[in-house]
Design a protein around this ligand. Structure first.
Ligand code: SF4
Length: 177
């Protein structure tokens, strides 16, 4: 295992539960950080995705134009791209809005049942794509880690194999909720 491996985690359209599961590695995070260099993540304060990254874990579906631009950029700069959790892998919760169309979703979120200051701040929002999609519908993905969220043990197993240059078997355990 090499300490020169650079790693990123990315948050697209997800609830952050997959990142919470990553944090559930607890003391194993210290061991992980001895083996990888975390160069981009919502968990740290780096603003720009580096030009070249060895391993990136992506939480969430691709749901907005910003998500799409971001994942294309990240794919172009990443050696091994991993979909982390069911929103990234299948669309999952993020894709539940797909049958209703973007107008209905925005109306529901910003107009209906809003008693204080209803209305859509369109100019401040990323544009919703017509469908929220799994990451692999937009860019090539090298591995999926299923689960909602994947357990910390499964993430630990997958990372251990990946940083050793092996493809992990992630079929042993999946869970929902
Ligand atoms: Fe949240 Fe589950 Fe989606 Fe992860 S897979 S972002 S835990 S809803």
């Amino acid at each position: 295992m090499s300490a020169s491996i650079t790693m990123a985690t990315v948050w697209l359209d997800g609830c952050s539960g997959c990142h919470m599961s990553f944090l559930d590695l607890d003391e194993r995070l210290l061991e992980l950080m001895e083996r990888v260099e975390l160069v981009y993540s919502p968990l740290v304060d780096f603003k720009d995705f580096p030009e070249a990254v060895d391993l990136a874990l992506v939480e969430g579906a691709v749901a907005t134009n910003d998500d799409l631009d971001k994942i294309r950029m990240i794919r172009s700069r990443t050696k091994t791209l991993v979909s982390l959790g069911d929103c990234a892998v299948t669309g999952n919760i993020s894709a539940l809005r797909n049958p209703f169309g973007t107008d209905a979703v925005l109306q529901r979120a910003y107009d209906e049942h809003v008693v204080g200051n209803p209305g859509r701040p369109d100019r401040e929002l990323p544009v919703l794509l017509e469908r929220a999609t799994p990451v692999h519908e937009k860019v090539v993905v090298d591995l999926v880690i299923p689960g909602c969220p994947p357990s910390a043990d499964l993430i630990w197993h997958a990372l251990g194999e990946l940083v050793e240059g092996r493809i992990p078997d992630v079929t042993a355990e999946t869970r929902f909720g």
